[in-house]
Design a protein around this ligand. Structure first.
Ligand code: NAD
Ligand code: TYD
Length: 359
């Protein structure tokens, strides 16, 4: 039985990945989920699997090398899938240091502990061990012109403290691969959306605000472009890279789905209007009049776009969920999980909204 150590598994993509893997492999695999449970980590995301014999949760900080070393010593880990990170650009602009600590130092601790556990006396690595570092397309910087794409060979040019910290963590993984032949892969993925996404990010924030008739904050002119991928497609890509990818390679993962932010907001409003029943009181609240242009994000990257050619050619992965379908699935999930949304947006989180948007 293969054992996976998943870091940040209580967050958005990590919890979707755990659900995906347990559904796909059942009892053939064991998952150890290590998460510090920051504001973004939520064990409610894993309620359906928490009692399974082949799933274990351990609350630990990836910067704590003793705790992480102990987890490797007590579990024969075969695969690491490293999601744990501070992930929100706006927070990184306000508080960069925690991004450096978690994303850079935390990744160094993960690499070092995995290396110590997996290295043979002659410096080679035990058979079958693999580390997958989950990263972002934001490390490549910003594209200005249509028709330009990020490739695996595109030079790194991060702008925000978030993307700079992720770029640094990628460089550390590359250094381990180059120096020690440490068995790893890096994936750089575009913007994800789907169930369990924390409502500080664009799509769940717009859905949640619209359903309450609250203003919908659009930064700047609303024309910044992101390439949106349904989260389950990302989970599948990560699994396929570990199964079929060449070690030491980087794979870009993208949705072939570039949209301006204002288009995303309008699609959400239209889809909500279609999906809400006539007698649902929320239907009258959802309206394009809620769109409110607010001050632009500092250093706001204009456009991200991934060319997922390499992963398609080498591994056979491509995005499966069209945006029209993915956004409906996401909205349906939020309809069914009102309690989840209430819990994550209660109390101090309301203060955060006020501080962030002054609305
Ligand atoms: P998230 O913020 O929803 O979840 C992050 C998780 O990491 C949380 O559960 C949090 O508690 C945990 N965590 C944070 N600091 C920790 C620490 N010091 N020790 C242990 N756990 C800690 O993030 P996400 O959106 O799920 O992103 C996961 C990963 O994927 C990140 O590495 C991110 O850079 C990358 N990524 C995200 C996107 C996206 O669109 N969300 C796109 C590409 C890549
Ligand atoms: P976000 O979901 O924070 O992801 P990222 O910054 O990592 O791409 O933001 C997606 C885009 O939406 C980005 O261009 C910023 C913009 N945005 C808004 O216009 N309003 C909002 O309230 C938020 C959270 C984001």
């Amino acid at each position: 039985m293969r054992t996976y150590l998943v870091t940040g598994g209580a967050g958005f993509i990590g919890s979707n990945y755990i659900h995906y893997m347990l559904k796909k492999y059942g009892n053939e695999i064991r998952i150890v989920n290590v998460d510090a449970l920051t504001y973004a980590g939520n064990l409610e995301n894993l309620r359906e699997v928490e009692d399974l014999d082949n799933y274990t949760f351990i609350k630990a900080d990836i910067c704590d090398k003793e705790a992480i070393g102990k987890i490797f010593a007590e579990n024969d880990i075969d695969r690491v899938v490293h999601f744990a990170a501070e992930s929100h650009v706006d927070r990184s602009i306000k508080e960069p240091e925690v991004f450096v600590k978690t994303n850079v130092l935390g990744t160094a601790v993960m690499l070092n502990c995995a290396k110590a556990a997996w290295e043979n006396a002659d410096g080679s690595f035990k058979e079958g061990k693999k580390f997958l570092h989950v990263s972002t397309d934001e490390v490549y910087g910003s594209l200005e012109n249509d028709g330009e794409y990020f490739y695996e060979t595109t030079p790194y040019a991060p702008h925000s403290p978030y993307s700079a910290s992720k770029a640094s963590s990628d460089m550390l993984v590359r250094a381990y691969m180059d120096t020690y032949k440490f068995p790893a892969n890096i994936t750089n993925c575009s913007n994800n959306y789907g169930p369990y996404q924390f409502p500080e990010k664009l799509i769940p924030l717009i859905i949640n605000n619209a359903l309450q008739g609250k203003k919908l904050p659009v930064y700047g002119d609303g024309k910044n472009v992101r390439d949106w991928l349904y989260v389950e497609d990302h989970a599948k890509a990560i699994d396929m890279v570990q199964e079929k990818g060449r070690l030491f390679e980087t794979y870009n993962i993208g949705g072939h789905n570039e949209k301006q932010n204002i288009e995303i907001v309008e699609i959400i409003i239209e889809t909500l209007q279609e999906m809400l029943k006539e007698d649902d009181p929320r239907r009258a609240l959802v309206s394009k009049d809620l769109i409110t242009y607010v001050e632009d994000r500092k250093g706001h990257d204009r456009r991200y776009a991934i060319a997922p050619d390499k992963i398609k050619a080498e591994i056979g992965w491509e995005p499966e969920t069209m945006f029209a379908e993915g956004i409906r699935k996401t909205i349906a999930w939020f309809f069914e999980h009102e309690e989840w949304m209430k819990n994550v947006t209660s109390g101090s989180y309301q203060e955060y909204y006020k501080k962030m948007y002054q609305i």
